[in-house]
Design a protein around this ligand. Structure first.
Ligand SMILES: Cc1cc2nc3c(=O)[nH]c(=O)nc-3n(C[C@H](O)[C@H](O)[C@H](O)COP(=O)(O)O)c2cc1C
Length: 285
């Protein structure tokens, strides 16, 4: 099968993108891959979410394994845009693959500040994480408020000409938000982020973790969203949820995705992406 994809100007050698937060900021990529492997197998690198100021993230426990899944509550830990540009971006630029920076903010102005800070950088695209709280609307997430998403996306589109993706939450007004993205000329939607979940760490005394569920457990849920969205709207879809094999990836492509992202599978085996692409190549379609 032909692997290269052009997502509204974002040229990918393979449809495989590394999902945000599961490869950090790329500073350890050389421990697992040669430069040639990166450039052969990885269509694009999506960074961990970056905010205006550094964030420490949540206290432990941050991870909890569940049957076929993983609950994470990292709390968007990151060094902030200034350090990202000075320290991490140069390490990523060694590789000749597109860099997509995942952004999160607590108000529209923060997203715009991030976009402004990235304008002079040679990066190929941005991906907005809209699952974060909007402080101007009492802390409910952008994704639970289609009007807030519309205002955000409209402003970002005005100030960013290159590839622009919005990463949807799988819960809430998913279809309405996807339609807003299409109307506002967003280049692609990533379907989707993790599902709100709770894991029990200890029964007595009760210790829980509230976070986002990812991994194979969510694949049928996200696959359905991808399929139904692709039937209803005409915007490029990047599928993301539970892919651990070439066959999983193929299912997403057949159900309407034009590219896909690999998240939890990287934590199981950082070299899984190579196996996924090699397996995908064996399908005669
Ligand atoms: C440890 C961890 C950290 C993550 N951090 C981010 C993040 O910073 N920003 C974001 O948009 N998504 C983040 N995600 C969500 C993933 O990018 C992906 O959307 C989700 O895990 C579903 O894909 P998967 O089932 O292949 O893991 C994170 C996921 C995990 C497991």
């Amino acid at each position: 099968m032909r692997l290269s994809v052009n997502l509204n100007g974002l040229k990918l050698k393979t449809p495989l993108m590394l999902a945000s937060g599961t490869w950090g900021l790329g500073d350890n990529i050389d421990k697992f891959f040669t430069k040639e492997e990166v450039e052969t197998y990885i269509g694009a690198f999506v960074t961990k979410g970056i905010s205006v100021n550094p964030r420490e993230g949540n206290p432990p426990p941050r991870l909890c394994e569940t049957p076929c899944g993983l609950i994470n509550s990292i709390g968007l830990e990151n060094p902030g845009i200034k350090e990202f540009k000075a320290k991490y971006l140069p390490m990523l630029k060694i590789y000749n693959i597109p860099i997509v920076v995942n952004l999160h903010g607590e108000k529209i102005e923060e997203f715009l500040e991030l976009v402004e800070a990235l304008k002079e950088e040679e990066i190929e695209g941005i991906e907005l994480n809209i699952s974060c709280p909007n402080v101007k609307k009492g802390g409910i997430s952008f994704s639970s408020d289609p009007k807030a998403v519309e205002d955000l996306v409209k402003e970002v589109r005005k100030s960013w000409d290159n590839f622009f993706a919005v990463k949807l939450s799988p819960v809430g007004a998913v279809f309405e938000i996807a339609e807003i993205c299409q109307k506002q000329d967003v280049d692609a939607i990533v379907v989707a982020n993790t599902y709100p979940a709770l894991g029990v760490i200890n029964l007595k005394p009760l210790k829980i973790i509230k976070g986002g569920l990812s991994g194979p457990a969510i694949k049928p849920l996200t696959l359905r969203l991808v399929y139904e969205l692709s039937q209803r709207i005409d915007i490029s879809i990047i599928g993301c949820g539970g892919i651990i094999s070439g066959k999983d990836a193929l299912e997403y492509l057949f159900c309407g995705a034009r590219a896909f992202q690999i998240g939890t599978a990287n934590l199981i085996d950082p070299r899984n992406v190579i196996k996924i692409i090699e397996e995908l190549k064996t399908f005669e379609i």
